[in-house]
Design a protein around this ligand. Sequence first.
Ligand code: HEC
Length: 141
Amino acid sequence: MAQYKGKGIFLICILLFGLTQSIQAQNVINGKKIYETRCLVCHQADGGGVPNMNAPLDGSTNVVGNDIGRLVKIVKNGFKDKVELDGYYYSNDMTPNPDLSNAAIADVLSFIRTSWSNKASLVTLAQVNNANKGNQKKNSK
Ligand code: HEC
């Protein structure tokens, strides 16, 4: 009997592992769909952007960096700061996405951080929720 119990726990562990893996994969698949409808037109299918016009996401130190709050803000509010990004400037204005839910933002950021040559961590819903709280505090000052 004890020997079956051990096997049962082992199987449950495998099941739970498989489940969390497929939930994570789902986030990235959903993120890819969002990318294709909202971002691809400027950042391109290969994430390479358009020289001098639209910043690349593939290989960007900011995209794979730790400042998730900055990435959330850019996706939500758009971006036209014309600051230097990895040594280059981009002339286009990025359009805002005020209608994207926090979960959708987590998905699309997870996609761009793990696609092409990028190998950074996935972004969780909790991280996006926190980032939005921070942004609201800053805005209400
Ligand atoms: C209309 C074109 C356009 C669309 C659509 C667009 N972007 Fe951008 N994106 C840009 C441009 C241009 C910049 C750089 C702006 C600047 O330097 O002022 C940029 C910058 C970024 C950056 C910062 C990169 C860095 O190295 O710091 C991220 C992240 C980003 N975009 C993600 C996205 C995501 C995700 C989407 C889809 C939800 C998206 N963009 C849709 C044009 C676009």
